[in-house]
Design a protein around this ligand. Structure first.
Ligand SMILES: Cc1ncc(C[n+]2csc(CCOP(=O)(O)OP(=O)(O)O)c2C)c(N)n1
Ligand SMILES: [Mg+2]
Length: 373
């Protein structure tokens, strides 16, 4: 403090105003299904509104059917997406085929929307090497990352590659969660992309929890979006239970990065309605019904369903029919995944490096000898 008792730098004020630019996340329809931004709402055609609703119904059905398979013991690891449909499908809808995708384990739905098959999703859950072999002219993506935050560094590298190769109108996406923003990789990824002004679009899906650790214990930052500021990455928040808002913000973020303006970061405010994973943690041990209920009231399907029903674009019979159709597709995908050949050790070894290193080559020979017995 200076001699006259005045602060030279008013740190308390700086601290209290740091999150000011993020106080009003973008929203188009509120939790009661009321249109709160008519101008933005009017940018959607009826067909597009229906498509977005269909995508959320698709994701919810995928979640429900996949949980059934999981309970039947037919899958390995699966991260439920119940509650995060607007966040995931809003962003997926803004992706373009040429874009690179670096998903986390909760992002199978976006990966499938980007060109992977549901069968591959199930093979991935089962730990099968064929899950990682995408159609070469199809999906520009890595398989879902388990190491928290690591995909942020990979996406930054891919973005630099896009820039160096002079690929027009192409970006790389990374997804992480609220917990992921505490990892070193998160900061390294955004800083690297920003230093090189590379076309990366970083998403933080803030679903309130890192397994059992609530968002408020995770970090003292009031918003996760403000973590982008220090590395010069323009960042924002959006109502992640509102697919229209999420889509518009994701699209704008993509356009900004694709136009050569450097990376951008978007925090979607969403909620994990269920457990962390199919391994069966019990959320009732770390959160209350009183906390959950307001989030269930914000269910992204309920609010868009209301808007579409009012506009006579949607009804229950149509939704039921879609659910049946999707379930059939997921059951077929499961059957195909289960028909995949049992994997061998050499399948992994042969597909890890383009050209096996000498020690991997020795292992291949060793295991081939065992497998041929
Ligand atoms: C580097 C690393 N540390 C710890 C873990 C264990 N782990 C798995 S999920 C998870 C929580 C991540 O939470 P968040 O980033 O909010 O994503 P969410 O699961 O909510 O989508 C942790 C700590 C891990 N996979 N990787
Ligand atoms: Mg989380």
């Amino acid at each position: 403090m200076a001699a006259n008792n005045k602060h030279i730098v008013d740190f308390a004020k700086i601290k209290s105003t740091m999150s000011d630019p993020y106080k009003k996340p973008v929203q188009v329809i509120d939790e009661n299904g009321k249109i709160v931004n008519q101008e933005l709402f009017d940018t959607f055609s009826d067909d597009e509104l229906v498509t977005l609703m269909e995508k959320m119904v698709w994701e919810r059905t995928l979640h429900e059917q996949t949980m059934n398979f999981s309970r039947q013991g037919r899958l390995g690891f699966y991260a439920p997406t119940y509650g995060e449909e607007a966040s995931e499908m809003g962003i997926a809808h803004a992706m373009q085929k040429q874009d690179f995708l670096f998903p986390a384990y909760r992002d199978l739905p976006q990966l499938i929307q980007h060109g992977a098959t549901v069968e591959q999703g199930y093979l991935w859950s089962k730990g099968h090497y064929l899950a990682n072999q995408y159609n070469p002219e199809g999906t520009r993506s890595m398989f879902p990352q388990i190491i928290i935050g690591a995909q942020y560094v990979q996406a930054a590298g891919a973005a630099l590659g896009i820039k160096k190769n002079g690929e027009e109108n192409t970006v790389s996406y990374a997804f992480t969660g609220d917990g992921g923003t505490s990892q070193g990789d998160f900061y390294e990824g955004i800083n690297f992309a920003s230093a090189f002004q590379a076309p990366a679009v970083f998403f933080v899906q803030n679903n309130g929890y890192a397994i059992s650790v609530p968002r408020y214990k995770q970090t003292a930052a009031e918003t996760l979006a403000q973590k982008g500021v220090a590395s010069g990455v323009p960042s924002t928040q959006v109502d992640g239970m509102d697919i229209l808002a999420t889509y518009l913000v994701a699209k704008e973020a993509r356009e900004f990065a694709a136009a050569g303006n450097g990376p951008v970061l978007v925090e979607t405010l969403t909620y994990r309605f269920g457990a962390h994973s199919s391994a069966g943690d019990d959320p009732s041990r770390y959160r209350t019904k009183e906390e959950e209920q307001p989030w269930f009231d914000r269910d992204p399907l309920i609010r868009l369903r209301k808007v579409l029903t009012d506009k006579k674009l949607w009804d229950q019979a149509k939704e039921d029919e879609l659910v049946e159709q999707y379930k059939g597709e997921f059951k077929d995908a499961m059957k195909k995944a289960e028909a995949a050949p049992a994997q061998k050790v050499t399948d992994f070894l042969k597909t890890t490096f383009e050209t096996p290193t000498p020690n991997v080559q020795r292992d291949i020979e060793k295991y081939e000898a065992k497998e041929s017995k």
